[in-house]
Design a binder for this molecule. Structure first.
Ligand SMILES: Nc1nc2c(ncn2[C@@H]2O[C@H](COP(=O)(O)OP(=O)(O)O)[C@@H](O)[C@H]2O)c(=O)[nH]1
Ligand SMILES: [Mg+2]
Length: 223
């Protein structure tokens, strides 16, 4: 067998294992009537700050799995606010895969706890996480204003495959040279069905819309 064929076989095996695990995650979510949300962005786009703000709205309905290469900092931030959270330290991997999330779900002991939303904050990276299905109902991308309005088409694998785009740090609009309409139009050009919400965890703009969207999606999935 050629080296190239062996590489393809190994990758297919990894993806098959991932997807089998993602199906088991989906079964746990459905047994508990939990909506799964996978959030993917660059480091520093504002994922954890958004979750801190969301925790203030959803309270005990929210549970979070945090992914970082090292440190428990993000989970500790959320736990200090009373949010149910579990930290995955990948030790080097640039994304979360379903087996690591499946193990984290066991650690969180979701069964029977009454959570309605499980958010997975993926490792900060616009490339690798987009290939790994984690059993989520909503694949979410986030782009913050300081990153620049030209990024959507540079990372098409992510931005063409998301259900929801969060344009974050929208409070910085006045001092950033970021054309929000351009970025949104570019996302729609490769992903016509995408839902876009402009948010600021700092000012609170868009947080009500985001909460309503999550609740509507929960109702759509579970009635
Ligand atoms: N101006 C502004 N800053 C924000 C907002 N959200 C997060 N930040 C800041 O952005 C930095 C990174 O935030 P963090 O939530 O840790 O990003 P993460 O790496 O995506 O989880 C921090 O200094 C936050 O205070 C926002 O809505 N507006
Ligand atoms: Mg974070």
């Amino acid at each position: 067998m050629s080296t190239e064929n062996r590489r393809i076989d190994i990758r297919a095996g990894v993806m098959a294992r991932n997807d089998a695990s993602a199906s088991r995650i989906r079964a746990v979510l459905e047994r508990n009537r939990i909506l799964g949300i996978n959030i993917i962005s660059s480091p520093g786009a504002g994922k954890t700050t958004l979750l801190e703000s969301l925790g203030g709205r959803l309270g005990p309905e929210l549970a979070v799995i945090e992914g970082d290469v090292r440190t428990r900092r993000d989970a500790d931030r959320l736990i200090s606010l009373g949010i149910r959270a579990w930290q995955i330290e990948t030790g080097g991997a640039c994304h979360l895969d379903a087996p690591s999330v499946e193990a984290a779900i066991e650690g969180l002991e979701l069964d029977g706890m009454g959570n309605r939303f499980l958010v997975v904050e993926n490792v900060g990276n616009l490339i690798c996480p987009s290939s790994y299905y984690l059993g989520e109902h909503l694949k979410t991308g986030m782009l913050s204003l300081p990153e620049g309005d030209d990024k959507i088409l540079k990372y098409p694998a992510l931005f063409s495959s998301i259900d929801l785009l969060l344009m974050s740090k929208i409070d910085l609009g006045a001092c950033m040279d970021f054309d929000v309409e351009r970025a949104e139009a570019e996302c729609r050009s490769i992903n016509p069905g995408v839902r876009i919400i402009r948010v600021s965890a700092r000012s609170g703009e868009g947080m009500g819309e985001l909460e309503s969207f999550f609740r509507a999606k929960h109702a759509e999935v579970y009635g």
